[in-house]
Each structure stands twice: as structure tokens, then as C-alpha cells.
Write a protein that binds this ligand. Sequence first.
Ligand SMILES: NC(=O)c1ccc[n+]([C@@H]2O[C@H](COP(=O)([O-])OP(=O)(O)OC[C@H]3O[C@@H](n4cnc5c(N)ncnc54)[C@H](O)[C@@H]3O)[C@@H](O)[C@H]2O)c1
Ligand SMILES: O=c1ccn([C@@H]2O[C@H](COP(=O)(O)OP(=O)(O)O[C@H]3O[C@H](CO)[C@H](O)[C@H](O)[C@H]3O)[C@@H](O)[C@H]2O)c(=O)[nH]1
Length: 330
Amino acid sequence: MAILVCGGAGYIGSHTVARLLEKGKEVIVFDNLQKGHREAVPENVKLCVGDLRDKDALDKVFSENKIEAIIDFAADSLVGESVTEPLKYYNNNMYGTMCLLEKMKEHGIKYIVFSSTAATYGEPESIPIMETDRTMPTNPYGETKLSVEKMLKWSDNAYGIKYTALRYFNAAGAHIDGHIGEDHSPESHLIPIILEVALGKREKIFIFGNDYPTEDGTCVRDYIHVTDLADAHILALERLQNGEESTVFNLGNGKGFSVKEVIEVARKVTGRTITVEEAERRAGDPAVLIASSEKAVKELGWKPEYNSLERIIESAWKWHVNNPDGFGGK
Ligand SMILES: NC(=O)c1ccc[n+]([C@@H]2O[C@H](COP(=O)([O-])OP(=O)(O)OC[C@H]3O[C@@H](n4cnc5c(N)ncnc54)[C@H](O)[C@@H]3O)[C@@H](O)[C@H]2O)c1
Ligand SMILES: O=c1ccn([C@@H]2O[C@H](COP(=O)(O)OP(=O)(O)O[C@H]3O[C@H](CO)[C@H](O)[C@H](O)[C@H]3O)[C@@H](O)[C@H]2O)c(=O)[nH]1
């Protein structure tokens, strides 16, 4: 029996595939390669190139393979783009997951671990953010992820499909051996952009906003290592397969770092000059997002291993130095 990893050629998906293989699990990847990389999928893993919205493609995967469970990373996930192209997000994130659930139901697949996001909360009511806090997304990306969480809830109610929605905060870092890492085009995330400046691939990093109500005026985020995220997926799946109920978990480190602090740590780790320019705020950025992951620690037995920002940036730096062109467009 295999675990089907949808979006397994992408950033967090490929790190989860690596972790599943390290634990001896059988894995199949389903990805349309719109953002993912063939090269990020190990040669000994079957890659089915297909789109979640293509029900025939899903039928084929489910009838040709014995699938015990799904881990679903496949989505569009650029907050800014979701504001200018909301229907693209409704189409891929909601309709795509709807097709997947429909086919899970038809093929009798009972378990799904789903990538949700801190963006489901919107502006937080209080810090750290708990799973029981208000969810009021401020962009279509967060809205579609929250809608999928509701779709999952009702699908469990009607069809007995058990789910765990994992609300990640800021995924960062790379596999500790440096063979896979983050390669998004265009890149929008803070740490890889800073490291591209350190590598000389970009002239400078723009700091979006210096007048937030934080200690140094820049936004504070909770950075969590991608391998720690990967481990949480495996624990979440095991928990469901042990008969526990569907639920939602936050995944973060519980510590916040400002944009300026992240740049400082990157300067220390890389030993390179990192030129900055202070710029306007980016629309829709909350000042502070920090997770309470107490529930995941308690109920999943999750223990983030790479919980210092230095280690997270060191791992990302190793990947960037070894692979300055990422997967080289593959
Ligand atoms: N990166 C973060 O900090 C972060 C934070 C919170 C939540 N998330 C969520 O985690 C998931 C993974 O994020 P990521 O950074 O690895 O993104 P990514 O873009 O690197 O990976 C997504 C993968 O899904 C594939 N895909 C997209 N739509 C598809 C479709 N319709 N059919 C088949 N494959 C499809 C892409 O080709 C890609 O390989 C996403 O759902 C994202 O919303 C990410
Ligand atoms: O060039 C840059 C890029 C980012 N930032 C700042 O750095 C912080 C982190 O930005 P990222 O784009 O790296 O991450 P976000 O916090 O915006 O987004 C993350 O969290 C979101 C939830 O809030 C979504 O889940 C999204 O997928 C995930 O990447 C933000 O304050 C942003 O304004 C800059 O100053 N300059």
C-alpha cells in the first residue's frame, strides 16, 4: 500500500517524500509540475504527472495502484496573486480538492492530510495563535484553504473520510543533506530572497514596511523547518490510521523573528554582505504571526528538531550554495 503525495514535486511535498522514504514507506507522487520539479522526485519514486482537476487522471492513479492515504500539498499559494486572480485560487484550491475528495470517496480511500495555512486566521486576535481562534482570512488564498477545511469536515461527516488539516506558519530551510530545497519561480519568500542577495543573484532585499507595531518596525513571523513540517505530516497520518478523529493543528516554532532579525541571522550564517532597502508595506501583511503548536506537540507527539533560526538558514544556505540555479528549470 502506498501513500499518494499530491504536490510531491513541490517544496514541502518533496521534503515530505524524502522523510517518508527515510521511514521506509511506499510513496507515489501526483503533480502537474506547474511549480514542482521532476528533479525533486527521487528516481525510485513513481511520478504521475497529472492535475487534481482531471478526474480521469485520478481514476487512473487510484485504479492502477493500491493507495492507503493521501497527503495533499497541491495548490496555488501566492497571497498577492490570489487577490488579483481569485478565481484561479477557487478553481485550483477548492475545485481541485473537491475532485480529489470525490475520487477518494469512490475508491474508498479514508485518510487525507491537508496543507492548510496561517492565512486562514487573517489578522490575529491574540498571539500566539491557537487553533480555536477566530478564522477570518484577508485574502482569497486563505479563504480557499479555510473553505477546503470545511469541505473536509463535511466529507468526514457524510463519507467518513478522516482528515487532518495542518496550518503551517512560514515554511523555511532545506533538507539537511542539501539535495533538495526551495526553488520557486517567481520566488516571493523572505529567506530564499535574502540568500539570493547573499549569492549575488539579486542586488538587494526590499524590506516591506518599517512602521509596524513591532520592536524594530518590521513584520514578525514564525519560521518552521520544512523537515519538521514533513515529520508532522507523517505523525498526523499515523494518528488518523490509529483511529483518532479528524482535526486541525497549527505548525510553527512558537518564536517570532522580525524581517530585520532574519536578515541579521542570514548575514551571520553566510558571512556575506546583504544590501537592504526599506520599502512600502506589502498589502495584506499582518504585523505579527506566531503559532501556538502546543496541540501538535501534545496530541501528535511532534518535536520540531531544527528549531533555531540559524539552523534553518544554514540548511537553506547549503542548498542555495550547492544549487545556485535550483533544479535548473527541471
Ligand atoms: N511555503 C509555505 O510557507 C506555506 C505556508 C503555508 C501553507 N503552505 C501550503 O503548503 C502547500 C505546499 O506549499 P509549497 O511551498 O511546497 O508549494 P509548491 O508550489 O512548491 O508545491 C505545490 C505543488 O503542487 C503542484 N500542484 C499545484 N496545483 C496542482 C494541481 N491542480 N494538480 C497537481 N499538482 C498541483 C505544483 O506543481 C507543486 O509541485 C501548498 O498547499 C501551500 O498552500 C505553504
Ligand atoms: O522580499 C521580501 C519578501 C518578504 N518580506 C517580508 O517577510 C515576511 C515573510 O514573508 P514571506 O513572503 O516569506 O511569507 P508570508 O508570511 O507572507 O507567507 C507565508 O505565510 C502565509 C500565511 O500568512 C501563507 O501561508 C504563505 O503561503 C506563506 O509563505 C513578510 O513580513 C514580508 O512582508 C520582505 O520584507 N521582503
